[in-house]
Design a protein around this ligand. Structure first.
Ligand code: NAP
Length: 312
């Protein structure tokens, strides 16, 4: 019974998260300035209330501006919006966590984020370089204690700078490490990972369900297929015959079927589009439902191959 108005699911800390959000990662070299600003405003007008962003996407200032403009217009109130920000790899040492979130809030010009997540479980050397490399072009990693990073995340929630805290790209072992931490105050409410019909995450999804951790599925449409960071040897998701055939039945696109599949099984989706028509299209997934047989057919498309290999 998902409707556009009621498309939120509860988080373990008492807050809730909209099942559909707008992803905002676009290659800064190839994307005209202001595209993200326009996209977020169009999305809010179309009904989106959840925006997924990050400091490392280089457009967080545009996201903040769009949200503030829509509030000033009277279209929304701050509390209607759910913004997720991310702690980058160079900022894992516990003493850097709060200042990093404060920097994000300054860029956004907002008082709090709704969700703050550790973007990746491994750390890079702290400093100005976001992708620090040695003279041989190898990434410079940094010894950190994820549990200490998590305690600093908990302090951000206590300080009211983040309403909820979670993680991203964590596997079961890494989640368990946090959840078994002595003196744990808040467990991660969510884990943002790649998730779509070709990478359905059956085991992680089951584990997270058991522990009341919401899966937020990134690259839910199979990415932009940018060869600089995407494994394009896996076929394009949206060309899949099963998704297209099911789409015809409901007068929906393969993209809408892929998104509906995830939200119908309780997985939050954050498709990225900066195109007005596709932003609206991706929101039109609450006026139909897939049958149990169709859900099974789509589940069977799983190839267990990631588009986003994150080789670093
Ligand atoms: P995605 O949402 O699966 O796909 C985006 C691509 O699909 C873009 O090229 C977009 O182009 C196109 N598109 C959008 N709607 C479409 C439609 N209805 N029909 C056909 N094509 C469509 O990929 P993603 O950007 O990799 O993932 C989404 C978001 O997840 C990111 O933006 C980011 O916020 C987050 N993310 C997080 C992590 C992490 O490590 N935590 C990693 C990757 C992504 P147009 O813009 O031209 O429409």
């Amino acid at each position: 019974n998902l409707t556009a108005e009621s498309h939120r699911i509860p988080l373990s800390d008492g807050n809730s998260i909209p099942l559909l959000g707008l992803g905002t990662y676009a290659d800064p070299q190839k994307t005209p300035k202001g595209s993200c600003l326009e996209a977020v405003k169009i999305a809010i007008d179309a009904g989106y209330r959840h925006i997924d962003g990050a400091f490392v996407y280089y457009n967080e200032h545009e996201v903040g501006q769009a949200i503030r403009e829509k509030i000033a217009e009277g279209k929304i109130k701050r509390e209607d919006i759910f913004y997720c920000g991310k702690l980058w790899n160079t900022c894992h040492p516990p003493e850097l966590v709060r200042p990093t979130l404060e920097k994000t809030l300054k860029i956004l010009q907002l008082d709090y984020v709704d969700l703050y997540i550790i973007e990746l479980p491994m750390a890079f050397k702290p400093g100005d370089a976001l992708y620090p490399k040695d003279e041989n072009g190898k990434f410079i990693y940094h010894e950190t204690d994820l549990c200490a990073t998590w305690e600093a995340m908990e302090a951000c929630k206590d300080a009211g700078l983040a309403k909820s805290i979670g993680v991203s790209n964590f596997n079961r072992r890494q989640l368990e490490m946090i959840m078994n931490k002595p003196g744990l105050k808040y467990k991660p409410v969510s884990n943002q990972v790649e998730c779509h019909p070709y990478f359905t995450q059956p085991k992680l999804l089951e584990f997270c369900r058991q522990h009341d951790i919401v899966i937020v599925g990134y690259s839910p449409l199979g990415t932009s297929r940018d060869e600089s960071w995407v494994n394009v040897s896996s076929p394009p998701l949206l060309k899949d015959p099963v998704l297209n055939t099911i789409g015809k039945k409901y007068n929906k696109t393969a993209a809408q079927i892929a998104l509906r599949f995830n939200v119908q099984r309780g997985v939050v989706v954050i498709p990225k589009s900066f195109n007005p028509q596709r932003i609206r299209e991706n929101f039109q997934i609450f006026d139909f439902s897939l049958t149990e047989k169709e859900m099974k057919e789509i589940e069977a498309l799983n190839k267990n191959v990631r588009y986003v290999e994150l080789l670093m």
